[in-house]
Design a binder for this molecule. Structure first.
Ligand code: 3PG
Length: 306
């Protein structure tokens, strides 16, 4: 029987798991669950006889792929697929997919919440500031970036965006100004919300030179990936500029060092951008459907290792 393994160190909400089970079993497949695992050896063992795999931010390394004897497809239930070793998948003929857009609203809402949290001095009684009239830079105008822009517009923020992969007219049609370049974006905005993926081009790219261009009282909001930040540069900037703030959904590699700058630095204990029932249902069920569609009908829409 075709076996679908859901391996989630950070589990989906139960309602999402129930939905995944329903889709999988309706197709005549079997569901196996590996949740909250603490040792990667548990993942190696569980994947051995799986035909299909659903993960979240779980690292699907070459070692995981080497342990998988029957695997045909892996779906990252979410947007970023930097946790999948695509080369290892391709070399064994395994199709890798993501589920773009399915958890975007949850991440966008968190980005907005982060801005309010920082503007209102970490919900302490110290007088804060308002978002109304402040300038927000959206760094990458994909599913999440666009939703953040739309929601922030409703709060009366002035929005600017940068995305070389999205036509300027499309951004402008949303009433969003297009930044000339990355320097323009950072130097023009009180808040910058990061939505770039982590890849060879973007890793460490948010550095001192760029961040130091941000105006007085600026705040960087990171619901993307910690790897895109040059963390040593961030520590230097936070030390030099008492007005600068950084809030991140993914604790920095040098979290302990940056925590010394609290309340200007804040990190969640576990990545929670996509951790809503709705996002779990949307992304989890989409992943299950994509697996069934691939195994039954050969559909490869959303494949990322073509
Ligand atoms: C994504 O890329 O979809 C988000 O970062 C969500 O990650 P998560 O599934 O680990 O919460």
């Amino acid at each position: 029987m075709t076996k679908v393994l859901v391996a989630t160190e950070k589990p989906f909400a139960k309602v999402a798991v129930d939905g995944i089970r329903e889709i999988v079993e309706k197709a005549g497949f079997e569901l196996a669950l590996l949740e909250k695992y603490t040792d990667v050896a548990e993942f190696y063992k569980a994947v051995e006889d799986a035909d299909a795999l659903i993960v979240r931010s779980d690292k699907v390394t070459k070692e995981v792929i080497d342990h998988a004897k029957k695997l045909k497809i892996v779906v990252r239930a979410g947007a970023g697929f930097d946790n999948l070793d695509l080369e290892a998948c391709t070399s064994k003929g395994i199709v890798a997919m993501n589920t773009p857009g399915q958890n975007s609203n949850a991440v966008a809402e968190l980005a907005l919440g982060f801005m309010i949290y920082m503007a209102r001095t970490n919900f302490t009684p110290v007088a804060g500031t308002e978002l109304l009239g402040k300038r927000l830079g959206i760094h990458a105008y994909g599913h999440v970036g666009r939703l953040v822009a739309m929601k922030a517009k409703a709060l009366g923020m002035e929005i600017m965006a940068l995305d070389p992969f999205v036509p300027a007219e499309k951004i402008e049609a949303d009433g969003v100004k297009v930044a000339k370049d990355v320097e323009d974006l950072y130097s023009s905005c009180d808040y910058v919300s990061l939505h770039i993926p982590a890849n060879d081009q973007t890793k460490n790219s948010i550095n001192y030179a760029l961040l130091s261009k941000m105006p007085k009282g600026a705040c960087l909001v990171n619901t993307a990936r910690k790897e895109v930040i040059n963390e040593a540069d961030m520590a230097k900037l936070l030390a030099e500029r008492e007005d600068f703030k950084y809030i991140t959904d993914i604790a920095a590699g040098n979290d302990a060092e940056l925590k010394a700058f609290a309340p200007r630095y804040f990190s969640t204990t576990k990545k929670m951008g996509a951790q809503t029932k709705e996002a779990n249902i949307n992304a989890g069920l989409a992943a299950a459907r994509q697996i069934v569609d691939f195994i039954v009908n050969g559909v490869t829409k959303f494949q990322v290792n073509k």
